[in-house]
Design a protein around this ligand. Structure first.
Ligand code: IPD
Length: 260
């Protein structure tokens, strides 16, 4: 399903992509393809799993009766899609439990990177794969030699504080990458192309599939101050490396938006 939607997004890309609408701020954009890709994913789910609920980035929640919910991001990395920067993906996860993401169990997930065609998959307790081959996170090393991915929100005040957090993180790590798709970032942790990743403000559709891929590849995926990963903060990487980064992020108040 993720590959089918990926083919639609890849083959249907016009030469000049237009912004169809904006959401939380002028820089939080939607294209016509976001809606088309979500419509395709919803059609497949409705055909194959008519009793399941769906939570999608563009159309929101539709109810089901099975207790399972498909959590879908039709293009994760929409700004990259807009500018033809190669990191954008379809993210699909299926979760069990009540509608509150804090109480979900993510059962399976797939992240399909549209431009290079790579697909990561994971099943709870069944490991993670990239194009069918098992993957594993890098062993924890010192922060000073760790490559760290992150991302920024769409709100100016949040970004101001995120820039301040970066002032504390950047001098202590090998380098920072802001690649523009949270789902792919989490998969890059799973495959060892990033040692660590952190971001505040992720929505369930950005996070669900990639977090399971990272976790099943041996990552610890967590929030700060003993809380679970989620909208407040998500940190992923080898367990000891995550513990080291968490100390810096907690001290910097990275799970807040600072003093507005
Ligand atoms: C965004 C991307 C980006 C992250 C943002 C997300 P979208 O998702 O994952 O990397 O920094 O927080 O909202 O809007 O392109 O689906």
């Amino acid at each position: 399903m993720a590959r089918e939607a990926g083919a639609l997004v890849r083959d249907g890309r016009p030469e000049h992509v237009e912004v169809a609408a904006t959401k939380s701020s002028a820089v939080d954009v939607v294209t016509a393809m976001d809606a088309e890709s979500e419509a395709l994913l919803r059609r497949v789910i409705a055909r194959e799993r008519p009793d399941d609920a769906i939570l999608g980035e563009e159309e929101g929640a539709s109810a089901g009766t099975s207790g399972l919910t498909w959590v879908i991001d039709p293009i994760d990395g929409t700004v990259n899609y807009l500018y033809s920067v190669a990191s954008y993906a379809i993210s699909v996860a299926v979760v069990a439990g009540p509608p509150d993401p804090a109480e979900w169990t993510v059962l399976a997930g797939a992240v399909h990177s549209i431009v290079d065609g790579r697909t990561w998959t994971a099943g709870l307790g069944a490991g993670a794969t990239l194009d069918g081959e098992p993957v594993a996170v890098n062993p924890a090393g010192p922060l000073a030699t760790s490559l760290v991915g992150t991302g920024f929100g769409y709100d100016a005040d949040r970004r101001r504080h995120q820039a301040q957090v970066l002032v504390d993180v950047l001098p202590q790590v090998r380098d920072i990458r802001r690649l523009g798709s949270a789902a792919i970032d989490l998969c890059l942790v799973a495959t060892g192309s990033l040692d660590l990743y952190y971001e505040r403000g992720l929505n369930p559709w950005d996070l669900a599939a990639g977090a399971l891929v990272a976790q099943e590849a041996g990552a610890r995926v967590t929030g700060l101050r003993g809380r679970a990963a989620g909208v407040e903060m998500t940190v992923a990487g080898a367990p000891q490396a995550v513990s080291d980064l968490v100390v810096i992020l907690e001290a910097a108040g990275a799970d807040s938006d600072g003093n507005r």
